[in-house]
Design a protein around this ligand. Structure first.
Ligand code: SF4
Ligand code: SF4
Length: 219
């Protein structure tokens, strides 16, 4: 699953880069619009599989690993909900303003640069969970997703592996021996938790038939 995701991410980044060089980056906004619509059915697949910011940040993570760079702790104020919604409002305002004025504003390119810089200093999770304006936008339809990451309470042994690998900080575990809780609107659908759960206790399914994908999903 992770390899398939990486291939899709790289192809998406190539397409995005080509659009930027052709001066047609607005076309990517249609892909984002499509991603928002499909989120209602399938969750935030755009974020985990297609977003160029996310893909570049994966490269930044690799560089950090190679040079032995450790993540700085983020200040508490960065996690305030007002900040993420404010950043979304500013970004939408900027996109509308620049298109009305006919400005060549490659907003996503700026966001890639900002996201890459932030993820070099802090954990990339800070960006996904609290700062990315598009990520915040996707949390709105993600509240209504039919398919989502779910937990089989009986299989789970509270080992915490899933929350450690979660890129969206969507999984939290309370005190010892508690089962994890999944905030599905924050889930990027990276499926890292499915891959790393030693008990196969996490699965991707719809509400109607929770176990339909559990045993069929090849990881
Ligand atoms: S990795 Fe699997 S078994 Fe471990 S806490 Fe998460 S869901 Fe439970
Ligand atoms: S690790 Fe699981 S819960 Fe976290 S973002 Fe990825 S798919 Fe969603």
């Amino acid at each position: 699953m992770t390899d398939k995701r990486k291939i899709v991410q790289v192809i998406s980044l190539i397409v995005f880069t080509a659009l930027v060089f052709m001066g047609k980056m607005q076309l990517w906004l249609f892909i984002i619009g499509l991603g928002l619509i499909t989120t209602i059915g399938l969750g935030r697949l755009y974020c985990g599989w297609f977003c160029p910011i996310n893909t570049v940040m994966m490269g930044v993570e690799k560089i950090k690993g190679k040079v032995g760079k450790t993540d700085k702790e983020a200040p508490d104020w960065v996690t305030a909900p007002a900040l993420r919604w404010g950043l979304l409002a500013v970004t939408i305002g900027w996109i509308v303003f620049s298109s009305k004025k006919g400005l060549e504003a490659n907003t996503l390119v700026y966001l890639i640069a900002i996201g890459a810089g932030i993820s070099f200093i802090y954990s990339q999770r800070l960006w996904h969970r609290f700062l990315c304006p598009f990520g915040t936008l996707f949390t709105i339809p993600a509240r209504f997703s039919l398919f989502k990451i779910r937990l089989d309470q009986e299989r789970c042994v509270s080992c915490n592996f899933c929350s450690k690998v979660c890129l969206g900080e969507a999984i939290s575990i309370g005190d010892k021996q508690q089962k994890p809780t999944i905030d599905t609107k924050e889930c990027l659908e990276c499926f890292e938790c499915l891959e790393h759960c030693p008990k196969k206790a996490i699965f991707f399914s719809n509400k109607m038939n929770e176990n339909s994908f559990k045993d069929n999903l090849s990881l």
